[in-house]
Ligand binder design. Structure first.
Ligand code: WTA
Length: 678
């Protein structure tokens, strides 16, 4: 493609150059058993039926007091859903299932060491444990409705037990990803105003029993530096009869939960009926600038949205074995490991460790053993598993009916491996686009109703009405090949209510850009600004290009980094690719490309040339990279996201900043030497 073939776009617009992908269709057997096979759902959830349509989701729940007003906009843009209603999340995830499902597995926990037995917790057992722990939190810790508690725990069943015990009391939980440092945890403790920290002594990761409790001191110190005293630390034990940490307990502050619990044997706590709009939890998320933002999620609206999307997009039935490989420390784990599946009485599988430990077959062995039929993970994990063991899935006898991808754009090449090899060509895939802030899915195909298109999330899910605006607030037309800011026209029950303690920042970050009138109480004047760039195809499918700031402006042409990365992955030897902008005197910015190869493949000039040629063919000469670096691995966060910021600093010879929190900080020096030769 020559430069002259570019889609014409103004400075406010981004032209994209995706090739249309072929569509894939759900199988007849999937459709036959699906929860949602009625295309009328899009009509029922059309804007003309907004907001009343969401009654359908609210009615998946059991209310202590039924609500009277679907949506109250009087405090716009902080939306109140199902006003007048009272509900308890713990009751909805546990108690109400007891008559039919008490003896069914709620949680199956798979420890990382393969010789440790799985732990199966039935709904009855979950009921007992949550009650006893809630009773402890109430009596021993003195927690009450509206208090905040910070939970810094790994992937163990005690984590959802703790969350559900908090929810039972109307205590607001703030789960901090276990892999985060003590300092990061402490800052979040302070921001949320928690006086209680709940943690664990240790956990397994990559074959090592990590001392997690050593982060406590740093967390408590950082909280205090930021003005919040922590007066109790509750420590769960990884092994009941043994300490997994060297850290000494601080007298009168630190307590082992397992020592206290026997006193609460047999205790029951009545679930507190909470107003629908009472906060259920906070989940911190990072923006490009500033402190992490505590996204405040409601009880009734959030739970209704988690239930509806789990039922219809995840297609979860009570008899399914559902495994989401995310960490509960992220929003995906909250909505689609804990609240969504449990509210539907499904069996939710939790895995403690690294998917590729001790070998790339591990995930598929777990799937085979537990007969998992719904599988949910992120593109970064799919790429990692594909790189480490491209032929592993076929060695195991499992059958997925449904698979999800979430969290970042998935390159069509990777999607096809997921479909053909992991899914064995039998499973339907949903590419779910959403955010911490949104509580649940924004865009995805409905699995039995629409075809899949590799690399595209799909249309807005029922009740979500996305729109693409350019910088000048014009709507970008479907099929124009122009990308812009994807926004949502309407509120929905899963949307967060505010940033904890900072309403001004909430309004400014998510609503100011396209708001028509700051005084308006009409939701139509408040499109939600996601901060992502996307392009809308003729068929109504959205393709997400990544954060708005992830664009590279080459000689006035704004190129999406994802688009370039996707092209690299067409080259068969490439396992992972990251593209970063590097300053160029003439063109402003040009892309630098970092790639990691599939196992057993040696770097060569030929591979570099193949990448350049692929980029020139699929995007154009203008996107020609300045350099192609074949690296042994990508610098990654603990949650597996490639740290493009670090690579960009290396390319631009800038300050790399703190890399100690990365999963693999040692790789940074390695790449530095390769790029800068020092
Ligand atoms: C990106 C994770 C493309 C997007 C649930 C969003 C995606 C950010 C997708 C939110 C997807 C999420 N395709 N991009 N299917 N899903 N993203 O808050 O940039 O951890 O804004 O929530 O991830 O990340 P967060």
């Amino acid at each position: 493609m020559g430069d002259q073939d570019f889609v014409k776009s103004s400075e406010a617009q981004i032209a994209v150059h995706w090739q249309e992908e072929d569509k894939f269709y759900p199988s007849a057997s999937f459709i036959a058993q699906a929860n949602m096979t009625d295309a009328e759902i899009y009509k029922r959830f059309g804007l003309e039926n907004f907001p009343e349509c969401y009654k359908e989701y609210a009615d998946l729940l059991t209310w202590d007091k039924y609500w009277h007003t679907t949506l109250d906009t009087s405090d716009a843009p902080s939306w109140k859903w199902f006003v007048g209603g009272k509900i308890n999340a713990s009751f909805n995830c546990i108690d109400r299932h007891l008559p039919l499902h008490k003896n069914k597995a709620a949680i199956i926990w798979v420890p990382e060491p393969e010789d440790e037995p799985h732990v199966v917790i039935t709904f009855q057992e979950l009921y007992v444990r949550v009650n006893e722990y809630a009773s402890l939190l109430q009596d021993f810790v003195g927690l009450k409705t509206g208090d905040r508690v910070t939970i810094h725990m790994p992937m163990v069943p005690e984590l959802p037990i703790t969350m559900l015990a908090c929810a039972r009391l109307g205590v607001i939980h703030s789960v901090v990803f276990g892999g985060f440092s003590g300092k990061a945890c402490g800052e979040r403790i302070a921001d949320s105003g928690s006086r209680v920290l709940i943690t664990m002594d240790g956990y397994y990761r990559n074959g090592k029993l990590l001392d997690h409790q050593e982060k406590t001191k740093l967390a408590v110190d950082a909280a205090e530096e930021n003005g919040q005293k922590v007066d109790k630390v509750l420590v769960w034990k990884r092994y009941r009869d043994q300490n997994s940490s060297e850290v000494a307990m601080v007298k009168d502050r630190d307590f082992y939960v397992n020592d206290l619990l026997p006193e609460y044997t047999g205790k029951r706590v009545a679930p507190v009926p909470m107003p629908a709009e009472a906060p259920l939890f906070l989940m911190y998320t990072s923006g490009t600038t500033g402190n992490p933002k505590g996204c405040q999620h409601s009880t009734g609206g959030y739970l209704a949205y988690a239930a509806g999307t789990s039922k219809f997009v995840q297609d979860i039935h009570p008899e399914d074995v559902y495994w989401c490989m995310a960490d509960i420390g992220w929003i995906t784990g909250h909505s689609y490991i804990v609240y969504g599946p449990l509210v539907l009485a499904a069996t939710s599988v939790m895995y403690e460790g690294v998917p590729g430990f001790p070998d790339p077959g591990r995930a598929w062995r777990i799937a085979e053993q537990l007969d998992v039929n719904i599988f949910h993970t992120a593109p970064t994990t799919v790429r990692m598993l594909r790189k480490a063991g491209p032929d592993e899935p076929q060695k195991y006898n499992y059958h997925f009916k449904h698979m999800t991808t979430v969290g970042e754009p998935i390159e069509p090449e990777v999607w096809k491996w997921y479909y053909n090899v992991v899914g064995k060509g039998e499973a339907v895939i949903v590419d779910t686009y959403w955010q911490t802030e949104t509580g649940g899915f924004l865009c995805s195909t409905m699995p039995a109703l629409q075809a899949m298109k590799p690399g595209s999330a799909g249309p807005g899910v029922p009740g979500i009405h996305p729109v693409i605006y350019d910088e000048d607030e014009n709507e970008v037309e479907a099929g124009s090949g122009i990308a812009g800011n994807i926004c949502i026209r309407n509120p929905w029950p899963g949307a967060f209510q505010t940033i904890w303690g900072d309403r001004e920042r909430y309004v400014k970050t998510y609503y100011e850009k396209y708001n028509k009138d700051p005084k308006s109480k009409d939701w139509r004047d408040w499109p939600y600004f996601t901060g992502d760039a996307a392009v809308l195809a003729e068929d109504g499918y959205f393709r997400i290009l990544g954060r708005v700031d992830d664009v590279i402006n080459v000689a006035g042409h704004r190129l999406g980094t994802k688009e370039l990365e996707s092209a690299c992955l067409v080259v068969p030897e490439i396992a992972e690719a990251a593209v970063v902008p590097v300053a160029d005197e003439i063109k402003g910015k040009v892309p630098d490309i970092y790639v990691a190869l599939k196992p057993g493949i040696k770097p060569s000039k030929k591979i570099e040339e193949a990448i350049i040629s692929e980029i020139e063919t699929s995007i154009g000469k203008i996107a020609r990279p300045k350099h192609v670096y074949i690296v042994p691995d990508m610098p990654k966060t603990r949650s597996g996201k490639i740290m493009r910021r670090v690579l960009a600093s290396i390319s631009n010879r800038g300050d790399i900043g703190d890399v100690t929190t990365l999963a693999n900080p040692e790789i940074v020096d390695n790449i530095l030497k390769m790029v800068q030769g020092n």
